[in-house]
Design a protein around this ligand. Structure first.
Ligand code: FEO
Length: 398
């Protein structure tokens, strides 16, 4: 049975999911995802969150085996999204006397999602503590990281902080579960950035608020409900999340284009080469019709420069670029330097539509817009493109 001791009292009983293609039926997860759950054995036995329903048939067996015939007293519901709450009904069916711990918002959702009645529920408030024997649990509300009811739980004896979605990541836990078991920079940090940009970024202000709230809290281990357990370097993940929430970015440019017949793609590559010649580092170019927006958003979070280009499409931008713009609007990136380009047959509808989007989102746009009617030949674009590249490269490097 796949379990891992975090401390003498606390055991990891999470599961890996390599079967799901799209997380939330939206985001690709080629490296899968883990749903982490933890069991604290004390005078009172406590389960911290569950896992997605049906993701692992052994989940209940692990609890039973670890409890060795003892009762399960509490289930802490840090977050109600079904990737963590999906097994609540199964846990209740097996352990009918278990008390579900959450706040008043948790209970509203428990009622709506699973028909849980008040008798099974113990309502706690922000800052409350609960003695479970040798140890004590302390609860802190971190609303909107990622739903309104979200909270974190600290085991005050072993100083393990259970954070659910916060400090989480895509990617399964293959072999070990601790940060020290992995070269984190290889797959898991990029996957964590992608997870942040896709799932959490919209709530960056709340993430900053939560990090500030936790800044005075002493903990040794961060145990999220997706991704590795941070035992060796918990400060690293807090720093990463703090930087992403503050929209700190690296020098570099993400060029994204929508092109039907190659003209806008051609212009994207030429602008990329001109930016390179102007000394800009880290240029990533994507065809928005080919690369899933999940990956593009991750690089938009990472780099300072954003260059969007579209052909004209039914007097608007291309629908795939419209999809990306909608995702950018949800993600609400800050401190970006943006440029716009496009091609068209008889008007500049694509580029104009992107410019309108940037204006509505208050994204700082560097001018001029680089446009061409038909093929973007040298004579049509060279003067405008050079002026744009001069202005844009300076802004990106500032
Ligand atoms: Fe991993 Fe918001 O659930």
């Amino acid at each position: 049975m796949r379990t891992f001791k975090i401390t003498e009292r606390i055991t990891y009983i999470g599961v890996n999911d390599r079967r799901t293609t799209l997380f939330e039926n939206n985001w690709p997860i080629p490296y899968g995802v883990s749903y982490n759950s933890y069991l604290i054995k004390d005078k009172k036995n406590v389960l911290i969150d569950t896992v997605e329903y049906g993701s692992d048939g052994e989940f209940l067996d692990k609890i039973e085996s670890l409890l060795g015939g003892k009762a399960l007293d509490y289930l802490v519901v840090n977050h109600m999204e079904p990737d963590h709450s999906g097994m609540i009904k199964s846990v209740l069916a097996k352990y009918p006397a278990v008390k579900l711990i959450g706040n008043s918002k948790t209970f509203e959702l428990l009622e709506k999602y699973y028909g849980v009645d008040k008798e099974s529920f113990m309502c706690i408030n922000d800052g409350d503590e609960l003695s479970i024997g040798e140890g004590t649990l302390k609860f802190a509300a971190v609303p909107w990281v990622h739903w309104p009811e979200t909270m974190v739980t600290l085991d005050l004896k072993d100083l393990v902080l259970f954070t659910c979605d916060a400090f989480g990541s895509y990617g399964t836990l293959d072999g070990g579960i601790f940060d020290s078991d992995y070269n984190m920079d290889e797959i898991l940090i990029p996957e964590m950035r992608r997870y942040y940009s896709n799932i959490v970024s919209k709530y960056s202000q709340m993430v900053t608020r939560a990090i500030n709230k936790l800044s005075g809290v002493e903990f040794k281990v961060i145990a999220p409900s997706h991704g590795v357990v941070w035992k060796e370097a918990p400060a690293r993940v807090v720093g990463l999340y703090a930087d992403w929430a503050a929209h700190k970015s690296e020098e570099g440019v993400v060029i994204v284009y929508a092109s039907m017949y190659g003209n806008t793609a051609n212009l994207a590559d030429r602008l990329g080469a001109m930016l390179h010649n102007a000394g800009v580092k880290n240029i990533r170019t994507y065809d928005v019709s080919k690369t899933h927006v999940s990956y593009i958003l991750s690089d938009i979070l990472r780099f300072k420069g954003l260059l969007l280009g579209s052909c004209a499409y039914n007097t608007y931008m291309h629908p795939m670029m419209e999809h990306l713009c909608n995702e950018i609007k949800i993600m609400s990136p800050k401190n970006k330097v943006m440029g716009i380009f496009g091609t068209s047959g008889w008007n500049g509808a694509g580029a104009k539509a992107i410019a309108k989007f940037a204006q509505e989102q208050n994204i700082n746009t560097v001018l001029p817009i680089v446009e061409a009617l038909g093929a973007p030949t040298e004579s049509k674009i060279s003067a405008t493109a050079q002026e744009f590249v001069n202005n844009f490269s300076k802004a990106v490097k500032e």
